[in-house]
Design a protein around this ligand. Structure first.
Ligand SMILES: [Zn+2]
Length: 123
C-alpha cells in the first residue's frame, strides 16, 4: 500500500456551544491539516495522486474556512466546530472536489495545537 500526504493550514475562530470549559469562549486556532490518500499501486506517472491536484482540492475547501468564524459557516452553524467535525467536513468536501480520485482519500487530521489532533478516517 502506498500513501501520500499533504499538509495545509488555515486560521479561524470558533467556540464550542455544548462544552463546559475554556473552548466555550470565542478563540482562534492556527489549524494544521494533514490529508492522506492511499492506493495499492501507483497509477499514471508512478503517483498515487498528483500532490498538486490534492492541494488544489484541499485549498478550495480551506478557502471557505480561512479567517472566518466557523460557527457562522455551514455545517458548523448547526454542529459543533470541533476538530473531529472539521476533519469529517474537510474529508467529505475534498473527496467531492477530487471527483473520480476521491475514492483514494484515506484520512484527514486536524491539529488544533502542536499536541492535539483529531483524525477522520475513511470507513
Ligand atoms: Zn478551540
Amino acid at each position: 500500500m502506498y500513501e501520500v500526504e499533504i499538509t495545509v493550514n488555515f486560521s479561524a475562530a470558533h467556540r464550542l456551544r455544548d462544552y463546559n470549559g475554556k473552548c466555550e469562549q470565542l478563540h482562534g486556532h492556527n489549524y494544521k491539516i494533514q490529508i492522506a490518500a492511499r492506493s495499492s499501486s501507483p497509477g499514471k506517472g508512478g503517483m498515487v495522486i498528483d500532490f498538486g491536484d490534492l492541494k488544489k482540492a484541499a485549498n478550495q475547501v480551506l478557502d471557505t474556512l480561512d479567517h472566518r468564524y466557523l460557527n457562522d459557516i455551514k455545517p458548523f452553524d448547526e454542529i459543533e466546530p470541533s476538530a473531529e467535525n472539521i476533519a469529517a467536513h474537510i474529508f467529505r468536501e475534498v473527496s467531492q472536489n477530487l471527483g473520480d480520485q476521491g475514492a483514494m482519500l484515506h484520512s484527514v487530521s486536524v491539529w488544533e495545537s502542536d499536541t492535539s489532533k483529531a483524525t477522520y478516517l475513511k470507513d
